[in-house]
Design a protein around this ligand. Structure first.
Ligand code: MN
Length: 445
């Protein structure tokens, strides 16, 4: 199913906003970061490339729940975790079935690749699903990486030390470049699967197929015979070389410029484009970026903590870049549950920096309620856990970003069980009808 078809179904539920005016990449960034989050955005006139740019298709939990047809958070988490532990083999079609095979272009100049922020060193592909096969392990991996345009035939790829890094190192041992296929624009659930990180050896395309209930089809890319979704809008085939170049500064999930690092160069050998293509992009630091990055980790935190104590809700919070902070509400059963929940959360998500655990009457979607719990239920000398010098995220400018070493902190803001619970409850009034009517009247204007 091509993106056009998916958009049609989507537009019945969420407003599709078509922007006809000519805009720059920086305009796209500004508009996306400030648009109402329900909107799906389609920019028709960017960089004179005759290729519409789509963004904001998976920027809210509601949109993802709609695609997966699930109603609450726990169902959503179960679907993602189940797909990661039960990947489903994907049917392979002949490459002639793919529409992208119809147009081959020589270089990147055909694509509307955006420069998102003023100090970016150049245009970036942010939505590229990079698919590779390990030359030794034969493991197929799909993951999303940012790609800086060096010139019309070369990109620089940021590879954090995870699975693609392992496959690339297999190639380095053989002193050979690593062939990759880079997919831009495909089913949103393939994006979600590629953004998850199941253990090494699990093929994320098979995770996507489980999320799609067996409806996914792949074809082998023409040059390198790497499996790619048959309905891909754009497929770039290239090789990750042993040479490196400067990558960055780039605005990452924190909304700050990430540091400049030497990263591998990708040399492009072919670009395949479907007829009437849609160029899908992820605006850096947008909720789409943050949600894709963090949702799988949020599911893991939920799963680890619920083994220790009943969980009401888990949020990687927006203020914590949907990556560095977790707020968890639990049904506390015995003293110490809060601290065990903190330890479970840190085990589930190694990049986590701060964890706050609260009781189930606190809504962790509301920062003021979390702060209120800290103000009324927390004593630092007893309830604070500090871990020095642990492995953390490379994204936090206050940490050692090269070594990825950081301090961590857990705050147990649950009520102590040895004091009467009513002392900690927010006093509530059942209002009279008269009071409700008066309130409605005075709040009207
Ligand atoms: Mn992987």
């Amino acid at each position: 199913m091509r993106l056009h078809t998916i958009l049609k179904t989507f537009a019945q539920k969420f407003p599709l906003k078509i922007i006809e005016e000519e805009v720059s990449g920086i305009d796209v960034t500004y508009i996306t970061l400030h648009s109402k989050e329900n909107n799906i955005l389609l920019f028709k006139n960017v960089l004179n490339k005759n290729m519409p740019i789509l963004t904001n298709i998976v920027n809210t939990r509601e949109k993802i729940k709609y695609i997966l047809n699930v109603k609450d958070d726990s169902e959503l988490y179960k679907r993602i975790l189940d797909a990661c532990s039960n990947p489903l083999r994907v049917e392979e079609l002949d490459v002639s079935e793919a529409e992208f095979i119809k147009n081959k272009v020589r270089d990147l100049s055909s694509l509307p690749i955006l420069k998102f922020f003023p100090k970016d060193p150049g245009p970036y592909i942010t939505s590229g699903i990079v698919i590779a096969k390990g030359p030794k392990s034969k493991v197929v991996n799909a993951s999303i990486h940012r790609l800086l345009v060096l010139d019309n035939k070369r990109l620089v790829i940021r590879i954090v030390p995870r699975h693609l890094w392992r496959l690339y190192n297999e190639a380095i041992e053989l002193k050979k470049p690593l062939p990759v296929a880079i997919v831009i624009g495909t089913h949103p659930l393939v994006l979600l699967a590629a953004a998850s990180s199941p253990p090494f050896g699990v093929n994320e395309l098979e995770v996507a197929n489980r999320l799609l209930e067996g409806k996914m089809k792949v074809v082998m890319s023409p040059l390198f015979k790497i499996p790619v979704p048959v309905d891909s809008e754009i497929v770039i085939e290239g090789k990750i070389l042993l040479e490196t170049a400067d990558e960055g500064p780039f605005v990452d999930a924190t909304g700050t410029y990430d540091i400049v690092r030497k990263q591998p160069i990708v040399e492009i050998e072919a670009i395949w484009i479907s007829p009437n293509p849609i160029y899908y992009t992820i605006v850096p630091s947008s909720k789409e970026h943050l949600l894709l990055m963090g949702l799988y980790k949020e599911a893991l935190v939920w799963d680890y903590v619920r083994r220790i104590v009943p969980v009401k809700k888990v949020r990687l919070t927006w203020g914590g870049c949907h990556w560095l902070h977790a707020a968890i509400s639990i049904k506390k059963m015995s003293e110490g549950d809060g601290k065990n929940a903190i330890m479970a959360a840190f085990s589930a998500h190694p990049s986590l920096k701060h964890v706050i655990v609260v009781d189930e009457d606190i809504d962790v979607d509301k920062p003021e309620e979390i702060e209120w719990a800290l103000a009324t239920r927390f004593q630092a000398s007893k309830d604070l856990v500090i871990i020095r010098g642990a492995r953390g995220s490379s994204l936090d400018p206050s940490a050692d970003q090269e070594k990825m070493i950081t301090d961590k902190m857990g705050l147990d803001a649950t009520k102590p069980l040895d004091k009467p619970p009513h002392e900690f409850e927010k006093v509530k009034i059942s209002p009279s009808i008269r009071a409700i009517n008066i309130l409605n009247k005075i709040n009207k204007y």
